[in-house]
Design a protein around this ligand. Structure first.
Ligand SMILES: C[S@@+](CC[C@H](N)C(=O)[O-])C[C@H]1O[C@@H](n2cnc3c(N)ncnc32)[C@H](O)[C@@H]1O
Length: 225
């Protein structure tokens, strides 16, 4: 029964893991969002990529939205995913949605990777707090190295790191993809990546998915054996 003397800390502790993560992300990203808005006002351009050693970037979540997270969850559930690879773990918000689907699917494994060490620590802590540490391995370092040996049977991939590395990471993972694997790419802006996955000769079928909140995802299926 709820106590009348419950304080704010108790109430926060009761938030579901996703609500808590999105609140943390909103607070952590405030300064970065302000910088992006200021840059836009001054120069009329949006900030693009961030250097890995950029301190503001290192403390920001840059996480998927709640709607995006639910889309990831639903995709992993409908594909009965058991073997997931994620490029760009950040603080682990997308990872938590995907791990929740793995749990609901009866188990499996998720290999994520992140090159900012502080984010690796935070992601591991967030996954542990949400109760999914047993399903997730977060590899610290550059995805182009850490994902070289993920093993066969990968059935779902999320690409959410540096935009211009999507194709390199996909090519790295290609030998490990199970037939029917789905590859979701956040903001797939690199024309080389789009050309590659939209060319059926390469073994893919692909199209863009737009969510109500404006999120844009290139959703690709690996059709080759
Ligand atoms: C948009 S954030 C990821 C957010 C995360 N998917 C989520 O929803 O919580 C992108 C992350 O990818 C990381 N990243 C970018 N390129 C990388 C690379 N080559 N190897 C490892 N991590 C990388 C960045 O440091 C950043 O934390």
């Amino acid at each position: 029964m709820q106590s009348a003397t419950m304080n704010a800390a108790d109430t926060l502790h009761m938030l579901d893991p996703f609500e808590q993560l999105h609140r943390d992300a909103g607070c952590a990203d405030r300064a970065l969002v302000a910088r992006v808005i200021a840059a836009f006002r001054n120069s009329g351009t949006l900030l693009g990529q961030f250097a890995a050693n950029d301190t503001l970037h290192a403390s920001s979540y840059l996480a998927v939205s709640p709607a995006y997270g639910r889309f990831l969850q639903a995709t992993a559930r409908t594909h009965d995913a058991r073997n997931i690879v994620e490029f760009g773990t950040g603080m682990g918000v997308s990872t938590t949605y995907l791990a929740s689907a793995l749990r609901a699917n009866g188990g499996g494994r998720l290999i994520g990777t992140e090159w900012v060490p502080a984010k690796v620590d935070r992601a591991r802590a967030n996954l542990a707090a949400a109760g999914f540490a047993d399903l997730v391995e977060i590899r610290s370092g550059d995805a182009r190295i850490t994902l070289q040996d993920v093993g066969a049977g990968v059935d779902l991939v999320l690409l959410d790191g540096e935009f211009d590395q999507y194709l390199a990471v996909l090519l790295l993972l290609e030998p490990f993809l199970a037939t029917g694997a789905v590859i979701l790419a956040d903001n797939a802006l690199d024309p080389d990546y789009i050309d590659y996955v939209r060319n059926p000769a390469n073994g893919y079928r692909s199209s863009v998915v737009r969510l109500d909140d404006g999120s844009c995802i290139e959703s690709t299926t690996w059709t080759a054996a």
